[in-house]
Design a protein around this ligand. Structure first.
Ligand SMILES: [Zn+2]
Length: 297
């Protein structure tokens, strides 16, 4: 995937710790939070305390500015994420214009360990997410590393010289960002609000099904983005689509559940099966048209 040399969005907030910001100084608040985490969530107190320290130091750093002491790799990660975010801005702005609506660009927060969001405190283990309350996307770049290592999503299955030169798995990562931006689009268009309302009136089983449809639509929107961005920038390289389909397959609920428990419980799906995720991503990708993304009919 080609990504260097394009516009980098200014809407990235880098809240990753720059490493050893404040030494010593035990904060009472940190201890209280650590105690609560230990008491109610069974988190190791030492770990919890370190986590709250990370949050405090992250909060004291200015928003929108990159922390110092970033490694070259960390800097590259923020450039990558900023470029993909800019790509989504340049895709969705004209689509919204055609609908007669203004596209309000979301912010993307990069964090490490734990982060305080408008939707509560989040941990890296939860994976990337979109918070409708503050309209921000939260991503721990360690998740990308995990994606590569633990789930084997790397693009390395394409053993061509081109693929090896290409950063492994970069399009799969772009797809994850585009999926989260898809949730922002749903929020702006009022789709998520309608679904939430419908969920409050339905059984848990029906509610889960609605959540799945919302997730599949975000996959379809990610496909629309890939289509439009290709028209605009010719960013795709050989093997990229296969890489995203591989990612869509591996982050399907059935796949994750099977890995975790050895069995599949369809009613508890929240993101859809691998097959469904691949189908909807491809639908968006082929058409480039949001009208094809009605996963609710
Ligand atoms: Zn999602």
């Amino acid at each position: 995937m080609r990504w260097k040399g394009r516009r980098v969005s200014t809407n990235v907030e880098d809240r990753r710790g720059g490493g050893g910001a404040k030494a010593g100084g035990i904060s009472i608040l940190g201890l209280v939070v650590a105690f609560v985490a230990w008491k109610f969530f069974g988190v190791d107190p030492q770990q919890a305390y370190q986590a709250t320290q990370a949050v405090t130091s992250a909060q004291s750093s200015q928003q929108g500015t990159a922390p110092q002491n970033l490694t070259a790799e960390q800097k590259e990660a923020s450039d990558f994420v900023g470029t993909i975010l800019a790509d989504t801005e340049d895709t969705w702005t004209p689509i919204f214009q055609q609908l007669g609506v203004t596209y309000k660009t979301p912010h993307l927060v990069l964090f490490s360990g734990v982060v305080k969001s408008g939707c509560g405190t989040a941990q890296a283990a939860m994976g990337p997410f979109y918070c409708p309350a503050d309209q921000k996307i939260y991503i721990d770049t360690a998740f990308f590393q995990e994606m590569r290592q633990q789930m084997g999503i790397s693009g390395e299955q394409n053993q061509t010289e081109l693929a090896r030169q290409d950063q492994a798995g970069d399009f799969a990562q772009a797809y994850v960002i585009a999926h989260e931006v898809g949730h922002h689009v749903q929020n702006l268009l009022g789709i998520s609000g309608q679904v939430q309302q419908a969920r409050s009136k339905s059984s848990q089983k029906q509610g889960n099904q609605l959540s799945v449809r919302l997730e599949l639509q975000a996959d379809c929107f990610a496909g629309v983005w890939a289509h439009q961005n290709q028209q605009r920038t010719q960013f795709l390289e050989q093997g990229d689509i296969a890489e995203a389909m591989d990612a869509a397959e591996k982050i399907g609920d059935d796949y994750l559940q099977r890995r975790a428990t050895g069995q599949v419980v369809p009613d508890s799906f929240t993101h859809g099966s691998s097959e469904q995720r691949m189908y909807w991503f491809e639908t968006g990708l082929k058409s480039g048209d949001i009208n094809q993304c009605d996963t609710f009919k």
